[in-house]
Design a protein around this ligand. Structure first.
Ligand SMILES: NC(=O)c1ccc[n+]([C@@H]2O[C@H](COP(=O)([O-])OP(=O)(O)OC[C@H]3O[C@@H](n4cnc5c(N)ncnc54)[C@H](O)[C@@H]3O)[C@@H](O)[C@H]2O)c1
Length: 431
């Protein structure tokens, strides 16, 4: 099978290399020429474990993957074209900005000349895939293409494994022909007994937003429970543990912390609610989740500010929105660090992979090449992202280089008593 993938971000590139792993021939398209040059030389433009090896294998050995900056001449041979471009939040609004998707739909329309499936893999509001169909059918005979919704559920940091061993594959189609082609595409996974949910286009689009919004709801919920725990002297980790043992609840996404961030949850929660509003449906729970998460940054920053002397130096560890990625889009760490900077603190930051992206987000922060260097002379440490290398820091060594021994363990990765024994003033989340 020959596949074309438009957009070589986290989703497009992972989709590309993983389909190459299945043995398909893949052409990846991106209009960002710098990114493309990097990719052509076998370098991944972002940090994702396992990506460099698979890129090298499929560019240089199997030669199943190649790159181009335009769709022109790249659909002649293609059975399926995937749209994997970004769908960020529109500036000053909560809606998804679909301009990249419309652009790609126009380009597809210009270049289709034989039957091809057009698949939206980007996260798009319900109705988008039908709109893509309208755009293409303005220029192309409807017999030459079908549209499909096939949302992606991978997580950055474990994206390759998630793609190759997903919990489920969702396929939204409007006829048997496209359903059969998609099932054939995912046959290697089906043979491994991956559940394939075959449904309508609208249902498929909503499954993605409902899933992300539900996970975001769990996080916002436990964060509010954490606030109450702090006031009454309870321990949110024990609460979450006991809740999670109940199979109806489940333990995942019940870790209290500084709020959800990243390139998906914040924007998807907003877009889900705004799509519903346009259809005169009020998603009250989702609206509350969004509000609760937005207020969290101020809450956490205020807690830090009220416990650290004005104008002092703070060591901030972990800048990516979660471990094992260099993605800082909507990172709570960057938001909190920036708020503290605005209040006059000096921020000494370190992250194992995300420093370059963090510098682009806020060049006022100071960056160091190790956690220990970032601790030098600081009056407090904040752990913003739970990278493994922060889980067993040498606090005897750190004690000697800190000015004051205060720690904000926003991700609850330490046992408070252990640090208190070493003379630290310890602040966790919800305990
Ligand atoms: N990142 C994730 O973890 C994740 C997981 C599941 C779903 N999604 C969804 O997948 C979509 C893509 O997310 P991402 O994080 O991979 O995005 P990204 O921003 O990392 O990458 C998008 C890429 O598309 C390219 N692009 C934009 N317009 C183009 C055009 N007209 N032609 C060619 N290339 C173009 C950009 O240059 C960029 O390289 C989004 O809708 C997102 O919500 C993301």
């Amino acid at each position: 099978m020959n596949l074309t993938i438009v957009g070589t971000g986290y989703v497009g590139l992972v989709t590309g290399v993983c389909f190459a792993e299945f043995g398909y021939s893949v052409k990846c398209i991106d209009k960002d020429s710098k990114r493309l040059e990097k990719l052509k030389s076998g370098k991944c433009p972002f940090y994702e474990p396992g990506m460099d090896e698979l890129l090298d294998k499929h560019i240089n050995k199997t030669k199943l993957i190649s790159f181009d900056y335009t769709l022109q001449n790249n659909l002649n041979n293609s059975d399926i074209v995937f749209i994997t471009v970004g769908t960020p939040t529109r500036r000053l609004e909560d809606e998804a900005d679909l301009s990249f998707v419309w652009q790609v739909a126009e380009e597809i329309a210009e270049n289709i000349n034989k039957y091809c499936l057009v698949v939206t893999k980007s996260t798009v509001p319900v109705g988008t895939t039908r709109e893509v169909k309208k755009i293409i059918s303005n220029k192309v005979d409807e017999k030459l293409f079908d549209v499909v919704s096939n949302p992606e559920f991978l997580r950055e940091g474990s994206a390759i494994d998630d793609f190759i061993r997903p919990d489920r594959v969702v396929i939204g189609t409007e006829n048997k022909k496209s359903e059969t082609i998609m099932k054939n595409l995912y046959r290697p996974l089906f043979l491994k007994e991956t559940p394939i949910v075959s449904t309508s286009i609208e249902t498929s689009e909503i499954i993605k937003y409902a899933s992300n919004s539900f996970l975001a709801t769990k996080i916002a919920f436990i964060n509010e429970v954490a606030d109450l725990c702090e006031v009454v002297g309870a321990d949110v980790q024990q609460v979450a543990h006991a809740m999670g043992i109940d199979k109806r609840i489940g333990s995942k996404f019940l870790n209290a912390g500084p709020g959800f961030g990243g390139s998906c949850f914040p924007k998807d929660v907003k877009a889900f609610s705004s799509t519903a509003k346009k259809k005169n449906v009020e998603l009250l729970i989702i609206n509350a989740v969004n509000k609760s998460n937005q207020e969290r940054i101020k809450k956490i920053s205020d807690k830090i500010i009220s416990n650290i002397k004005k104008n002092s130096t703070i060591c901030f560890l972990g800048l990516s929105f979660k471990p094992n990625t260099d993605d800082v889009r909507d990172s709570t760490s960057i938001k909190i660090a920036s708020k503290l900077f605005e209040k006059g603190y000096k921020l000494q930051c370190y992250d194992p992979e995300a420093m370059k992206n963090a510098k682009n987000e806020n060049s006022n922060l100071f960056f160091f090449s190790s956690a220990y260097e970032a601790c030098e002379g600081a009056s407090a440490i904040i752990i913003g992202t739970e990278w493994n290398e922060f889980r067993a820091l040498n606090f005897n060594k750190i004690s000697k280089i800190l000015k004051e021994k205060i720690i904000f363990d926003l991700r609850n990765i330490y046992i408070p008593e252990d640090l208190k024994k070493l003379g630290f003033e310890y602040y966790g989340t919800g305990k």
